[in-house]
Structure formats: C-alpha cells, structure tokens
Design a protein around this ligand. Structure first.
Ligand code: ZN
Length: 308
C-alpha cells in the first residue's frame, strides 16, 4: 500500500502515529493534525499482513523521530512487564500476544510510545481538541463499546494497566427492563448504553430511531451516561468530560446528559462548573483524535524513552 503524500514542509519534528483499531489501522507522519505529511488507512486483517502494511507505509514515508501506537486492547502497559507492548487477551482472532511495540521498534529503530486507543484519543483531544488547555479531564467514547480514559495533571495514570471505565456499574433507569449486553457484567455502563444495547431495545440502530422510541432512547441513554459521569466526577474530579463516538452524536443527547448529571449528583459535591456548557462537551477531533494522540505518545517516548 503506497503512502499518500499530502503536503511537504520543513522544520517541525515529525512523529509517526499508529492508531490500531479492530477494523482499520490509521498510520500517519506529522507534527500535528494540521501538519500531516503522509497517511494511510489499512484494513485490520491477520496481524502478519496488517503489520507488514504498517511497516511498508513507514518505509515509504518521511522518517519519524519516534512512533506512538494507540491500540485496541486489552494491552500490556507495564513497562517492566515481559509482555509490555503486546496485545494480551484480545478475542480478535490471531491478535492475542502480538508484540506491537517490539515489531515497530525492531523495524524503525526509534523510540516507541504505547497506550490504548482511548488513551490516545484523550491525548489528542487534550492537545488539539475539546480539552485543549485543560489539565485534568476524562475522554469518554460511546459507540459500539464504551471506553474512557482520564488525563490527570496532563498525565495518563499508570498502575497495573489501564482503567476500564466503560464497565462501571450504573443504576438501572426507571422503566428499563433491558438485561444488558455486556458478556461479562450484563448491565454495566457499556451493557446498558453502548450502541448494541440501544439497537437491541428498539429493534433498530440509534441513528434510525424516531418518535417515541427516539425520545425514550435519549432519556435512558442520557440517564446512564449521567450516572457514569457522576462516578467519574466523584472519583477523578475532572475539569471537563469530552464525549466522542457514534452514539454521542445523537442530536440533543449531551444537553440532556448535562441536566441529568445535576439530578444524579443530587446536589452533593456539585459545583456550578459541573452544570456549565463547557463541562460535558462533544469531542473536537472526530476520527483524528486517536491518530493525533499517537503523535503525542511518540513525542513523549522521544522525551523519555521507555526502558528496553
Ligand atoms: Zn461490562
């Protein structure tokens, strides 16, 4: 697959970004979303041929100073762990134990940064998108799955791995007897508010709903997301919650989440800022958030390379 040269310039340090998703891998070289000098999209197939295409792209693109990888998971993020840089228990056929960081580092011989796709999107929104200028925020994506990543004082927290905020418990909304779609927890946040949950309840996907079904879907969706955000507010004290993903695009959803958040908090710990229009906001970068965030991961890897 030949890279597409979009523009050429001089001077800024250019990084490589890889957003590895379940259906496609986006690769780019650039210094920011406004300075992308080469990019490509590769369909995600088996790991060998997919990664061969990724490496072929970089072989034909301007050399990056470092590469960042924002990957679907689960992934091993502990740098001291022997499996650091690998996809771990992925149900995606063939991808379990695939060594993303090692493969890219061996081929390109540059520092490689690594985190989840959701964390990458959070970094992208923080640098160039809807969380620009905010140090402590949550990026929440609501689509087929629900994921969220916290950036705290500008950093992605590290511990035993990555948070799984899409799987927190949420109180059942009044009148909703849907059992939930999460194969692990049933009625967790993703199980109740992910795209498949909406489609199963109403027999058609969210974007095809109208009339009373649409009104009810928005009501429940806003209720579950507000409960999820309440937990994030109480545990992480974010200055902002940026919401992306296909379901988040439902017209009128986010204003409803804002008002339901106030009700969910019941006046406890609620600040005027939590009800402001710039607290729960739509994502600013769309599909570019992840690849842009991968550039930030690359920049950070260059500044502080992970131990080999
Ligand atoms: Zn779950």
């Amino acid at each position: 697959m030949r890279p597409v040269i979009l523009s050429s310039g001089t001077e800024p340090i250019r990084y490589g970004g890889i957003e590895a998703g379940g259906t496609k891998v986006v690769c780019l070289v650039g210094s920011s979303p406004d300075d992308v000098v080469a990019s490509t999209r590769i369909p995600t197939r088996d790991p060998e041929s997919t990664l061969a295409d990724v490496l072929a792209f970089f072989a034909g693109a301007p050399a990056p100073a470092a590469v960042g990888i924002a990957s679907f998971g689960p992934v091993e993020l502990r740098r001291e762990h022997p499996d650091y840089g690998r996809i771990t228990a992925s149900p995606k056929p063939g991808w379990r134990d695939v060594d993303l960081v090692g493969t890219v580092r061996a081929a390109l011989d540059v520092p490689v940064g690594f985190d989840t796709d959701v964390a990458g999107a959070a970094l992208g929104e923080g640098r160039w998108g809807a969380a620009r200028g905010v140090d402590t925020f949550v990026y929440l994506t609501v689509g087929t799955g629900i994921g969220a990543a916290a950036v705290l004082d500008g950093r992605l927290p590290t511990g035993l791995g990555h948070a799984e905020m899409g799987h927190i418990s949420v109180p059942r909304q009044p009148g909703d007897d849907f059992p939930g779609r999460c194969p692990f927890h049933g009625d967790c946040l993703e199980g109740m508010a992910g795209g498949p949950a909406v489609a199963d309840r109403f027999g058609r996907p969210a974007e095809q709903l109208d009339g009373e079904d649409l009104r009810q879907a928005l009501e429940w969706e806003a209720g579950y997301l507000a409960e999820g955000v309440r937990t994030m507010v109480y545990t992480l004290s974010p200055q902002r919650v940026v919401v992306g993903g296909g379901i988040a695009m439902m017209a009128g959803l986010l204003p409803l989440v804002r008002s339901r958040l106030g009700e969910a908090m019941g006046g406890y710990g609620a600040l005027a800022e939590h009800g402001a229009e710039d607290f729960v906001v739509p994502a600013g970068l769309g599909g570019m958030a992840g690849p842009a965030g991968a550039l930030v991961l690359a920049e950070r890897a260059l500044a502080a390379p992970p131990a080999p």
